[in-house]
Design a protein around this ligand. Structure first.
Ligand SMILES: [Zn+2]
Length: 391
């Protein structure tokens, strides 16, 4: 018997080395004018984003530079972008393109949504848990995501993560309508990502694939995608970290990251992502780094509930021929710990800035949407104890 399921995907995905060259044609179909969010200083410095903007202009698309993103978007960043959009009098022939990592893509998604939904005073009115419960009434502007890192999978998700420093939170603006219309994944754009970014974003993708696979909301299609993503990503992340110019490694990681986005958007995540969001809020830890540190902790915490799933991952993605589920699951977790060490991920939470005094706050802030797929309930007391042991 196959249980019922829903699947939400971008309408069009264009994947391949050098395929950013097709962006002008893809954008010109729905848009006369595009608002551009730039999210990669490295690519900006190399002139690659100007090259992309120039290509759009040559095809007759007007390009308006909105902003350059240098951090995960804050409420005020989104409100500022919305004000800029309003000053340009948005029309149905407009679109938004974000070229950058997850932060830029999230900001672009939020901009496209708020351009046509101006019934709030701030993006905060729309945010889950902290807002006034506002929802989108109109479809966003067409949004094209062009990722330049391989990690968050934001190019395949329907939410934008927005943070605030006072009060402290990290929450989502979410709607099925916010799924990017078109995604252009050109792994060549990730070549200039430095090793640290490659490691953090790559481990984020692997964490997403594993948490989606074992999620209590997982379904057959996303589980198949997770296997494909892990088969590509597990052997490639160390090579991409060591040798950023490796085309096969960059292609494998971009593919794995996209699949991780599809999987998480349709299956949810688990406790590693719940705690990672809290570590971002309270310790300012970068998302991918926080996920990577939490992944082995989460796997051990859930292990006895997901032994069979971890054993299956060991056999299908690491080609381990081990008869015992217990033993195969143990080997899978060991391999994850080994990969973390090889790409420079610390194994203690204190090394990414967490302190014992912050644990109650971290536990409290870990109850977001991203934790709902965890395969079992974890009490606050149990989580606090595990985090203390991981300091
Ligand atoms: Zn993530």
């Amino acid at each position: 018997m196959v249980r019922q399921y829903n699947l939400l995907l971008p309408r069009q995905v264009v994947f391949g080395w050098g395929r950013r060259a097709e962006l002008p044609e893809l954008a010109a179909a729905p848009c006369r004018r595009v608002f551009l969010v730039r999210g990669s200083r490295t690519l900006d410095a190399l002139g690659l984003i100007d090259e992309i903007a120039g290509g759009l202009r040559t095809s007759g698309v007007e390009v308006v530079d909105l902003t350059t993103v240098s951090r995960e978007p804050l409420v005020e960043d989104v409100d500022d972008v919305q004000a800029q959009l309003l000053s340009h009098r948005v029309s149905p022939e407009d679109g938004v393109i974000a070229v950058g990592g997850g932060a830029a893509i999230d900001l672009g998604k939020a901009a496209a949504a708020l351009a046509t939904n101006q019934h709030g005073d701030s993006v905060q009115d729309f945010l889950e848990g902290v807002g006034r419960g506002f929802t989108l009434k109109q479809h966003p502007l067409p949004f094209i995501a062009v990722p330049t890192t391989a990690g968050t999978g934001s190019e395949a998700t329907k939410n934008a993560v927005i943070s605030s420093t006072d009060p402290q939170f990290k929450k989502s603006l979410r709607s099925d309508w916010m799924m990017p219309q078109t995604v252009v994944i050109d792994p060549e754009l990730t070549v200039s990502a430095p090793p640290t970014v490659t490691a953090h974003s790559g481990m984020d993708a692997l964490t997403q694939l594993i948490e989606s696979y074992v999620s209590c909301r997982a379904q057959p299609v996303t589980r198949a995608l997770c296997i494909e993503g892990l088969q590509a990503g597990l052997p490639a992340v160390e090579e991409a970290y060591r040798n950023g110019n490796s085309r096969p490694a960059r292609e494998a990681m971009a593919h794995a990251a996209f699949l991780s986005g599809v999987a998480l958007a349709n299956s949810g995540l688990g406790i590693a992502h719940g705690v990672a969001a809290a570590l971002g809020v309270h310790c300012n830890a970068p998302h991918g780094l926080a996920c990577a540190v939490m992944l082995p902790v989460a796997l051990k915490l859930n292990r006895s509930w997901i032994t069979h799933d971890l054993a299956r991952l060991a056999r299908l993605t690491l080609q381990l021929e081990i008869a015992s589920d217990e033993e195969a699951a143990r080997c899978f977790i060991e391999r994850i710990e080994q990969i973390c060490r090889h790409v420079g991920i610390p194994d203690r939470l204190s090394e990414i800035g967490a302190t014992a005094g912050q644990i109650p706050d971290i536990v409290r802030s870990s109850h977001g949407n991203s934790r709902r797929g965890n395969p079992r309930e974890i009490s606050d007391d149990e989580l606090a104890q595990v985090l203390e042991e991981s300091l």
